[in-house]
Design a protein around this ligand. Structure first.
Ligand SMILES: Cc1cc2nc3c(=O)[nH]c(=O)nc-3n(C[C@H](O)[C@H](O)[C@H](O)COP(=O)(O)OP(=O)(O)OC[C@H]3O[C@@H](n4cnc5c(N)ncnc54)[C@H](O)[C@@H]3O)c2cc1C
Length: 338
């Protein structure tokens, strides 16, 4: 465990924009984490946890300590007579390795969340979601180190306050207090799959369907739709899908009858931000090396030499155009680190 000074972050984030951290350090156990937290430098400087850097945009050099978990390990509990089990993974595991290992073992529950970049720890912070399933639907508990009480704790689902890309970890009064060390999810061997989302629908009606079959389909669809961050830097969906009130929706759909939408149980309606961006005329728009991805306008890509200022400026232009066309405010899903 070594503090590295003046660390180049561009290779550790999927946007690959230039930025440096004053210090970077990796730990591989809770004991090492405890030791690290006792170092004076961590008391004097801002601290940021980073997993795979796939949802972060460093808007400037970070004058603090970037901490990275390398806590590994994946454990499956015994399967109950009903076919249920608990799977636990260290925060430093790649999320998709956890999904793949679960599917390979024939344990169902995570397959829709295949190929989402990043770490297990961040999945719990972000409440990652795709194809109709969120982390919150599977969570059994999140193991954390509490930096206020200086002890390990297990946060139960009721304490996690999950919402759309929201969690207790993002509450202003809690931010930075909990460091995720491992997560536990509930899985099953029963053939319970969620195939309501478009490209998965055609898998329905197959009695012999496995988690691996669903995973393969999700992986194929995602590869066709989303840019590979190793080829073109990006952080996935740049903006959250906006939610509008019924009145505003009625007005919008009368003006744009082709607009896709998803009614929510509380009467509000979720709209696809990518469609709004495309129909604001921003497809392919660019600032320097930052470009609104042509195949999926919800993504901003780094075409090789983008700076964080290019990305920030382009994202503001997108927000302005969507506001001007639709009267809707878009909020970033990507976290801007200042
Ligand atoms: C191509 C692409 C596709 C994507 N598709 C999706 C998708 O379908 N659905 C989706 O939800 N997201 C998606 N994302 C976004 C991203 O993959 C998720 O947000 C992911 O959970 C981020 O993981 P990370 O390890 O890279 O986290 P980072 O970006 O490093 O960090 C994210 C947040 O988690 C915090 N954090 C990280 N580790 C810890 C820890 N151990 N303890 C406490 N806090 C921690 C960080 O401080 C930060 O606030 C996509 C991204 C890309 C690049």
């Amino acid at each position: 465990m070594k503090l590295i000074e003046n660390f180049d972050l561009s290779k550790c984030t999927t946007f690959h924009v230039p930025a440096r951290a004053r210090y970077y350090v990796e730990y591989s156990s809770v004991d090492e984490l405890r030791e690290l937290l006792a170092m004076p430098v961590l008391k004097d400087l801002p601290v940021l946890h980073m997993g795979g850097g796939s949802n972060l945009l460093f808007t400037r050099d970070f004058n603090g300590v970037v901490m990275h978990s390398a806590i590994k390990g994946i454990i499956f509990s015994d399967v109950t007579d009903d076919g249920d089990l608990i799977a636990t993974a260290g925060a430093g595991e790649r999320w998709d390795t956890f999904v793949e290992r679960s599917c390979e073992a024939g344990y169902n529950g995570l397959e829709n969340l295949s190929l989402i970049p990043g770490s297990v720890g961040a999945a719990a912070v972000q409440n990652i979601g795709a194809y109709g399933i969120e982390f919150a639907d599977r969570v059994h508990g999140v193991h954390v180190y509490d930096t206020v009480e200086h002890r390990e704790r297990l946060l139960s689902p009721g304490m996690l306050d999950y919402g759309y890309r929201q969690s207790v970890f993002k509450h202003d009064d809690v931010a930075g207090r909990y460091i995720v060390t491992a997560v536990s999810v509930s899985l099953t061997t029963r053939p319970e799959f969620h195939l309501e989302y478009g490209p998965l629908k055609e898998l329905g009606g197959n009695d012999r369907l496995s988690a691996m079959d669903v995973r393969r389909r999700v992986v194929d669809v995602r590869r066709a739709k989303l840019p590979d961050p190793d080829v073109e830097g990006n952080a996935g969906s740049f903006f959250k899908n906006p939610v509008v009130e019924a009145g505003q929706f009625a007005d919008l759909i009368s003006r744009y009858p082709d607009m896709p939408y998803y009614p929510l149980p509380d009467g509000t309606v979720k709209l696809p931000a990518g469609w709004l961006i495309e129909h604001s005329g921003m497809k392919g728009a660019s600032v320097g090396g930052a470009v609104v991805y042509e195949k999926q306008c919800l993504v901003i890509v780094n075409r090789g030499d983008a700076t964080s200022s290019d990305v920030v400026l382009l994202s503001r232009m997108v927000q302005d155009e969507v506001r001007a066309h639709f009267g809707i405010e878009l909020y970033p899903e990507v976290i801007f680190v200042k």
